[in-house]
Ligand binder design. Structure first.
Ligand code: SF4
Ligand code: SF4
Length: 455
């Protein structure tokens, strides 16, 4: 291995041996590992990386460009954690090593620049919106279709081409959150919750947050949406940018605690829980105690919205309002025609938060909805935060495999509860099927939400 640029790094501090030692190198994790599936090399598998970590810890291997490349191919999907019979917490290991890989000399300079740009734009909705505004008339236009059809976007280079391919049509709501701070409960008051909008979700799929607010309101919950809220830090957290993550996390917590000080005559009662409708954000938010420390953490529990609604139960009036969904061709329903969906489990939901049955249970409340299960539940779709932008070749293979698996079910709609997965699956579906969030389907079935038109 290239050791010219080796650095003396106190690796042991970041790679605790008690987390490494339980690995017996059995290889049970390999078939579920997304990077191993597409690259097929031991160094790009969890077992290979653990082997490297043990060598780094013993001082027999130093972190150089080659070692970094093999860690960079890891998607951080945590499928290996679920598969491991020995209970190895690979999630702790990869989160521990990533800050060490962020030194200037360990990656190709072009990749470093791309990472810096992405990490300085995506977690900041104002910056992201300013850039998207310049692309508004291009996204979703005929010009974009022609550019894609004739392959002109390939001239952008692999990563920029991937960014272009992932960009959805932008709508009015992409540029402004447009929520009142207090969204009152309807019917019997059952509690007060805060909602985190997610930095990418609010720009690229704002309908999800609107549907989530409507569903919560219709189930008796007052929804508080602080207007100053920024990113939860998930994007930087998954890239080992600890300092930026802590800053973003503290600012987000402050945006909720500052609500008490608002001077515009609002009286906001105490919040019972903070909710989020994006799995990647939920996973980071649930790590706040570890990341931010007790003093800066939310003082109330954090829930994924599906987890919360299943725990509380949908209220009777809401259940009674649910109507069969029209089929995807817009044809009116013939007798008891089914609305067939395939549910995609986001890695940060299934492996990161152990949530699988809750979204399915909620979806089954819709009278004619039928859920088909793909064969490879729990295998990553290749999105993984910014992975599909910085490792486009591997991500493309995984995206195609995922779409094949989902479409072979025969479902007419794909359901995803994580914005990154939604964009990745849409990109590889090439608009053949629609991809929706469970909250959108519930809101549509209840007749409480009309999706805004694409502008
Ligand atoms: S991480 Fe677990 S499953 Fe994978 S090789 Fe080690 S012990 Fe086996
Ligand atoms: S986190 Fe995912 S990609 Fe990384 S080693 Fe584990 S299974 Fe493989």
């Amino acid at each position: 291995m290239n050791s010219q640029k080796n650095k003396s790094i106190p690796a042991a501090k970041y790679i605790p041996s008690e987390t490494l030692d339980p690995c017996v190198h059995c290889g049970f994790c390999l078939p579920t590992c997304a990077s191993y599936r597409v690259l097929g090399t031991e160094m790009d598998s969890p077992r290979g990386r653990i082997h490297s970590l043990k060598a780094i810890q013993r001082g027999e291997l130093q972190i150089d460009e080659t070692v970094t490349q093999h860690f960079d191919t890891c998607l951080g999907c945590f499928a290996c954690v679920t598969a491991c019979p020995s209970g190895v917490r690979y999630d702790k290991l990869i989160e521990g090593i990533r800050p060490l890989l962020n030194q200037e000399n360990l990656r190709d300079p072009c990749k470093n620049i791309l990472r810096k740009v992405l990490l300085n734009v995506l977690p900041y909705p104002k910056r992201l919106r300013a850039i998207l505004f310049t692309l508004r008339s291009y996204s979703g236009s005929n010009l974009q279709k022609i550019f894609r059809q004739v392959g002109l976007t390939a001239l952008l280079g692999k990563s920029l081409e991937e960014i272009e391919a992932l960009m959805p049509p932008l709508i009015e709501e992409s540029f402004s959150d447009n929520f009142p701070i207090i969204n009152p409960a309807q019917g019997l008051f059952r509690g007060r919750v805060g909602l985190i909008l997610g930095c990418v979700q609010r720009c690229f799929d704002p309908q999800v947050n609107h549907a989530t607010v409507r569903v919560l309101q219709a189930n008796g919950f007052e929804v508080i949406v602080p207007s100053q809220q920024g990113c939860c830090g998930a994007v930087t957290h998954h890239q080992g940018q600890t300092e930026a993550t802590v800053q973003l996390g503290k600012a987000l917590v402050r945006s909720f605690s500052d609500l008490d000080k608002t001077k515009d005559g609002l009286t906001i009662g105490p919040i019972d829980a903070v909710l989020v409708a994006a799995a990647g954000c939920g996973h980071t938010l649930k790590s706040y105690e570890e990341l931010l420390g007790n003093e800066n953490n939310f003082k109330v529990p954090i829930f994924d919205v599906h987890e919360f609604l299943t725990k509380k139960g949908l209220q009777t009036s809401f259940l009674e309002s649910l109507k069969p969904l029209p089929n995807t061709t817009g044809r009116s329903l013939i007798n008891k025609e089914l609305f067939e969906v395939a549910y995609h489990d986001a890695c940060h939901m299934i492996h990161g938060q152990n949530i699988t049955k809750e979204p399915r249970e909620l979806l089954k409340s819709i009278p004619n909805l039928c859920i088909y299960e793909p064969q490879e539940i729990g295998v990553c779709c290749g999105s993984a935060g910014i992975y599909n932008l910085i490792q486009p070749n591997e991500a493309k293979k995984l995206g195609k495999e995922k779409v094949n698996d989902l479409t072979q079910t025969g479902a007419k709609t794909i359901v995803s509860a994580n914005i990154g997965c939604t964009l990745q699956i849409r990109r590889h579906l090439n608009n053949k099927l629609s991809v929706k969030h469970p909250m959108q389907l519930l809101a549509e079935s209840a007749g409480i939400y009309n999706p805004p038109s694409i502008g």
